[in-house]
Each structure stands twice: as C-alpha cells, then as structure tokens.
Write a protein that binds this ligand. Structure first.
Ligand code: ATP
Ligand code: MG
Length: 385
C-alpha cells in the first residue's frame, strides 16, 4: 500500500498539530482491494478553520466550508479534507437537515453508506473498521451501514449506489440491503436527475453490469427511474461484452422502447451523450453487408453509431465489415466529396435546394461506385446526368 507523498504530508501535518487525520471511504476500499484509488479523501478531527490554519503555508481552497470540506493543494496533488461529521434527519430524502461537526471518528464512519466504504486508514496503514467492512470486502458483499431501510429512507441515492458498487466491484448485495433497496426504490423519484445519471453511468460501465441490471429489472427498479420503461432484458445477457461506455450500454438497455428518447431526455445528461444514445437507437442497419448499403448507413447514422449498433445487435460480421470500410475508405458525407456546392453552382444553372440534391446524387453515385470521388470525374458525372 503506497500513500502518495503529498497525502502522507497532509496526514503528518494534521498529527503534528494535535489532530486526528485518516484516509477514508473509497480510497481505503480501493487500497485494500489492491487497486489504485481515483482520489484521496481525508477525514479529520480538526474543524475547518483549524484545518485551514494547519495548512496556512499551502494552497487551501474552502471548497465546502459549511459541510466541513477544504481542499489542500500540495506538490501538485489535491486532497479533500473534511471534518468528522454527523448528519441529522433527512426530511426530503435527499439532504440532511443539518450537519454538525464532531471530534469522534466513529460519528463520521456511521453516516457512510456501505461497510466497505466506511473504513478509515491512518498514515501507518492501520485500519479503523467498525462495521466489518474488511470481512465484507473479502466476501465481496455490499451491505448498508446500520439499518438499510433507515439508510435508504434518509438518502434514496444510496439505493442506486448499492447497485453501482455491486456492478463495479462484482459484489453481491446482502439480502436485507437488497430487499430494502427494492422496497424503497419508489423513493428514487426524490433524487435529482443529475445524481441519478451520475450513478447510472458508473453502474452501466461496471464489469458486472448485466447481472445487477437484471436484478434491478426483476425488482422493478427502473419503473422509478424512467416513466413506464420497456427494458430490453434480452440485452442484459451480453451487455458486459459491450465496450464499457454508458452511451452504448444505455442504448442496449432501452432498445425497442418506443419512448427511449424521452427516457434519455429525462436524465440530465450532456447533449453530446443524449445525441449519441439517440443516434445508436435510430440507426437501422441493412440486412446485407454489401458495401453501398454499408456506406449509406454510415452516411445516415455516423461512423460510431453504426459500429455501436452492430455491436448491440450482436452482429460481429457486420461490425467487421463496417470497421474495414471506415478504415479503408474516406467518403461518407457531403464534406468528404471532392467537389462542393460552389462547384455545382459554377458549372451548372442549378440553384438553391437543387444544389444539395445534386450533391446527394453524386454522393450516392460514389457509394454505388458509379463514379470515383475525384474532382474531374465528379464534374463530368454532374454535367452528364
Ligand atoms: P469512487 O471510487 O467511485 O469515487 P467512492 O467510494 O469514493 O467511490 P464517492 O461518491 O466519491 O464514492 O464518495 C466518497 C465516500 O463518501 C464513500 O466511500 C462513502 O463513504 C461516502 N458517501 C458518498 N456518498 C454517500 C451517501 N449518499 N451516503 C452516505 N455516504 C456517502
Ligand atoms: Mg470518490
């Protein structure tokens, strides 16, 4: 287990000032799994102002002072340092009504979602594990800290997080935790669509997404994420073999649902993401692998959507044919044609809409190999037709 030097520095600095400081949450879990943590969260007995004072010589950003979080930048590395916290009642099922700071690590660990996420580690590598997180890691179990019904009622996002961690880590969800997640799934409507999507995105890309998505589909969880969805359960058998991209996997999940576009729009995704899923869903592959037909589908749907569609339809031959075509050829759109609208106008009396139509005929003639995509050849072909 290697704690990066700037993180070790932060832990030592807190200790030297008389405060407790621990790595906590995901990074401890990842350490124990032998994985490189994606980020390092530090929890401390120091109050935010005290933390700021300890790191007065470094760059300190008060990222979330009211939640007790400051970010310290040291040696090119950023770490979030959060004061031990307790959270009181969640009236809205989303946000704690108030947070209060504590001097007791136990308070901070008990508010965390799952046992495997509720461990702390000091600079020497000693683990504080009050909820059996280590044993659950070894047994590959996602288990709520405390009473799952209470914890999912407090914050419904934890329901999706349970599925997300299980899908990502290849873990099973402990029975009581799973039962509560399914029973309380109606509360997912309380969660902001941004947060739902952020978890869903990670869940879809998990190595065990197929199994977990099946459990969710069987438990009716998707009914509380989308409005009357028709989940393509057949796709769940091979979804793990698709690239770990949320767009292609979400397309597979919603393929065949007449309201798929509406479901996608209801998630607050980037326009780019939504467009990508919609393009995959809209793509209609030809039932031949003849090149003119493949060129047309690339023209209509775009390269990526056509390739993704072939993967969703589990058609490796078509996927290979499309890949080879994209690799070997370079004319799929108007922009790829060796002549443009200006050339058509200069050489003919065509104007307005007719110019675009002429270009389209030329493009399709190239697709059909009636003319080569060369300036001279296209001009000849244009003037003859
Ligand atoms: P990842 O590697 O995907 O970032 P993570 O475990 O670090 O996983 P984060 O969402 O970054 O997950 O949250 C950091 C930690 O904060 C979690 O490990 C958990 O202890 C705690 N946590 C996050 N969200 C919640 C929540 N909704 N309820 C309770 N604890 C939470
Ligand atoms: Mg994290």
């Amino acid at each position: 287990m290697h704690i990066p030097a700037p993180i070790a520095y932060i832990l030592q600095k807190l200790a030297a000032a008389g405060y407790e400081g621990y790595l906590v949450g995901g990074c401890v879990r990842d350490f124990l799994l032998g994985k490189e943590p994606s980020d390092f969260d530090i929890t401390t007995s120091a109050l935010p102002e005290e933390t700021m004072a300890v790191f007065a010589a470094d760059r300190v950003i008060p990222t979330g002072l009211q939640h007790g979080t400051v970010t310290v930048l040291h040696d090119g590395m950023a770490a979030e340092i959060t004061t031990y916290r307790t959270e009181t009642t969640y009236a809205d099922g989303r946000h704690p009504d108030s947070v209060s700071f504590s001097r007791d690590l136990g308070d901070d660990l008990c508010r965390r979602d799952f046992t495997v996420n509720a461990m702390a580690m000091d600079a020497a590598g000693n683990i504080v594990d009050l909820y059996g997180g280590r044993a659950d890691l070894d047994a590959k179990i996602i288990r709520a800290v405390g009473d799952p019904t209470l914890r999912f009622t407090e914050d419904a996002l934890r329901i999706l997080r349970a599925f997300r961690f299980a899908a990502k880590l290849g873990f099973t969800i402990e029975k009581n935790t799973l039962d509560a997640a399914i029973t309380l799934a109606p509360r997912l409507t309380l969660v902001s669509r941004e947060r739902v999507f952020a978890e869903l995105e990670k869940l879809l890309c998990g190595a065990s997404a197929g199994e977990i998505l099946s459990i969710m589909a069987d438990g009716g969880v998707f009914e509380h994420i989308f409005e009357k969805p028709q989940i393509n359960t057949a796709a769940l058998r091979y979804i793990d073999s698709l690239p770990p991209r949320a767009d292609i996997r979400l397309a597979a999940l919603l393929d065949g649902d007449p309201h798929a576009d509406m479901h996608i729009a209801s998630l607050k995704t980037s326009a780019h993401f939504a467009d990508s899923v919609k393009a995959i869903l809209a793509c209609e592959l030809p039932n031949t692998s003849e090149l003119p037909a493949l060129r047309r589908v690339i023209f209509t749907s775009g390269k990526q959507a056509a390739l993704d569609r072939a993967q969703i339809e589990q058609d490796p031959a078509l996927y290979e044919a499309l890949s080879a075509l994209i690799e070997n050829e370079s004319c799929f759109t108007f922009a790829d044609l060796a002549i443009g609208g200006g050339d058509v106008i200069a050489a003919t009396n065509l104007r307005g809409k007719a110019v675009g139509e002429a270009l389209q005929s030329l493009l399709f003639a190239v697709f059909d190999e009636k003319v080569a995509n060369l300036r001279e050849d296209l001009m000849d072909y244009l003037l003859k037709s």
